[in-house]
Write a protein that binds this ligand. Structure first.
Ligand SMILES: [Zn+2]
Ligand SMILES: [Zn+2]
Length: 100
């Protein structure tokens, strides 16, 4: 059983998600692991709080239009049945920009 569509919770009621969703449904969008604690919600998707912070920090550059994006802003395209990250503006390929 997977959660389809957006998950919504009023601000400050994240703890209710532990009651409403089973552990198999509480999958972090970023690392793909179940969320046992430190659950967070961003734009209808679930994350570990730490993962959400990491995702915000990761920077990508679109190879098509040159836009700078965070991991959270990336769009998703399906190529040969696989989900790949893409630019939400032009749909082009994105490349992670490593920082030191
Ligand atoms: Zn995570
Ligand atoms: Zn682009």
């Amino acid at each position: 059983m997977t959660v389809k569509g957006k998950i919504t919770a009023p601000p400050g009621s994240l703890r209710k998600l532990y009651e409403e969703l089973s552990l198999e449904e509480r999958i972090c969008e970023y690392c793909g692991r179940p969320i046992r604690r430190n659950i967070d919600l961003y734009q209808g998707r679930l994350y570990h709080h730490g993962c959400l912070l990491s995702a915000k920090e990761r920077r990508y550059r679109c190879l098509g239009c040159g836009a700078w994006l965070s991991w959270l802003e990336l769009g998703e395209a399906e190529v040969l049945g696989r989900r790949v990250r893409s630019c939400p503006i032009c749909g082009g390929r994105v490349k992670e920009v490593k920082r030191r």
